[in-house]
Design a protein around this ligand. Structure first.
Ligand code: NAP
Length: 445
């Protein structure tokens, strides 16, 4: 009898768990369940469309998905079509790899005005996520403010500031690309509430801003520390080295003479948003100048405004609870002990440890979950667990159509075949379109 394992979520954390299980547990069968018909989570829906090299990690996930002991059930939402309790009845172990799909709340007065978006929605929109195809952000503005000093803030700013030529070589969906190309945006302000040494950017992402063909990064020299060593106090090891290099890059930007590129990408530090101004729509963002005391931003009582018609708050993601699983509201995670929620239920990735870290940070999570599963579950599996046979029977009874991995491969091929020159693919952005395309192929219509 195999050990039957269900992984809920097909992003990096889900796939690293599947891969670790296949390597270390010869008797394990792994079913990956995903609410969209398309796999790969944030690789498809979060990694920026102009970072195609990063997306190549999905080739490795594909190798895992094609293995005999793995099945993919796309278009099935746990908590909606099958409950977590039902899933646990069917499988020896269930691994939650559901990520963090909402935003940390941006709560300043006026944050509910039209033209203010959380990064989770904005990024998903420009990545063609079906849930956000109708977001339709009004980009008819010359100024944008992006709140936050992490890589997501940089991604949003860069996608808006790239040249149309550069954007054409991405997998931005048609509607998003056309809207960004047509927009009159001239300047983006990326706002950090603390100083340049405290920014959470990584070096490559920050450097990339200096290579845009149409936009100059602008940094005010007076915001940079005179003494890097002093500014980096409290940061250690690799983290400190990353921040040190960030400061060097920022110093290079500050020293650059103003060139002739038509657009400006301002990196503004010590700026804490206190209000979004305007009528029904955003017209400006009001910020308080800060200083950093004991590592925290402290208001100075000086205020200033930046005119903008679009605000993106990129201040970190937040997970949503799943019915049937415990949830720690304060930390925004499923409470767990090194990935074990309880024997039979495990958590990996952002739902386990919060929304920080890069793609490869998920690998050890998967390995850890695989070790727990083999320690907790009898090596011959429970004969009462029917695994994918039971899941398919349940889905069939409920009339839920699922999308298998071979069907995703067809969608993938159709997207690649539809790409315009230079672009890697033309994404389907609606689930109905995806299912219709699969039906059309099946019936030859
Ligand atoms: P993040 O790295 O945690 O950055 C969040 C930023 O928001 C911080 O600068 C934080 O400032 C700021 N912030 C939080 N609350 C705020 C508030 N109320 N007002 C103003 N600013 C506020 O989060 P992220 O950018 O969402 O990225 C999530 C993870 O994905 C990160 O680990 C990131 O590196 C990773 N990622 C990587 C890439 C890549 O490798 N290319 C791309 C995208 C994302 P404080 O520091 O002052 O709290």
């Amino acid at each position: 009898m195999p050990i039957r394992i269900a992984i809920v979520g097909s992003g990096p954390a889900g796939f690293y768990t599947a891969s670790a299980l296949l390597k270390t547990c010869p008797n394990c069968e792994v079913d990956i369940i995903e609410r969209l018909p398309t796999p790969y989570g944030l690789i498809r829906g979060g990694v920026a469309p102009d970072h195609q090299t990063t997306k190549r990690v999905a080739d490795k996930y594909e190798q895992t998905a094609m293995m005999e002991r793995v099945r993919f059930y796309g278009h099935v939402e746990i908590g909606e079509h099958v409950s977590l309790d039902e899933l646990r009845e069917l499988y020896d172990a269930v691994v939650l790899a559901i990520g963090a799909r909402s935003d940390r709340p941006f709560t300043v007065p006026g944050a509910d005005k039209k033209g203010v978006y959380g990064a989770s929605a904005f990024v998903a929109w420009y990545n063609g996520h079906p849930d956000f195809q109708y977001l339709d952000p009004d980009l008819d503005t010359t100024g944008v403010a992006v709140v936050g000093n992490g890589n997501v803030a940089i991604d949003c700013a860069r996608v808006l500031m790239r040249s149309p030529y550069g954007r054409a070589r991405t997998d931005l969906p048609e509607h998003a690309r056309a809207m960004i190309d047509a927009s009159p945006i001239q300047s983006v302000h990326v706002l950090g509430r603390r100083g340049p040494a405290d920014a959470a950017f990584t070096n490559v992402e920050l450097r990339e801003l200096g290579e845009l063909s149409e936009a100059e990064p602008r940094v005010r020299a007076e915001q940079l520390p005179d003494d890097f060593e002093a500014a980096l106090q409290g940061y250690e090891g690799r983290d400190r080295r990353v921040r040190q290099r960030n400061l060097e890059v920022l110093a290079d930007y500050a020293a650059r003479p103003i060139g002739d590129k038509p657009k400006a990408l301002h990196l503004e530090f010590y700026a804490s948003p206190v209000e979004v101004l305007g009528g029904e729509r955003v017209e400006a963002i009001r910020c308080e100048r800060t200083r950093v005391v004991d590592g925290r931003a402290q208001g100075t009582g000086t205020f200033f405004e930046i005119p903008c018609g679009l605000v993106v708050s990129a201040i970190g993601y937040r997970a949503e609870p799943m019915a049937g699983a415990p949830f720690d509201e304060a930390r925004g995670i499923v409470p767990n002990d090194a990935g074990r929620v309880e024997p039979g239920l495990y958590a990996v990735g952002w739902i386990k440890r919060g929304p920080v870290g890069v793609i490869s940070t998920n690998r050890p999570d998967g390995e850890e979950a695989a070790r727990h599963i083999q320690a907790d579950i009898a090596p011959e599996g429970d004969p009462a667990k029917t695994g994918h046979d039971g899941l398919e029977a349940l889905l069939s009874r409920r009339g839920r159509r699922w999308v298998g991995f071979h069907e995703w491969k067809r969608l993938d091929a159709l997207e690649r075949a539809a790409a315009t020159e230079g672009a890697p693919r033309r994404k389907f952005v609606s689930v109905d379109e995806m299912l219709a395309a699969l039906d059309a192929e099946r019936t030859g219509t």
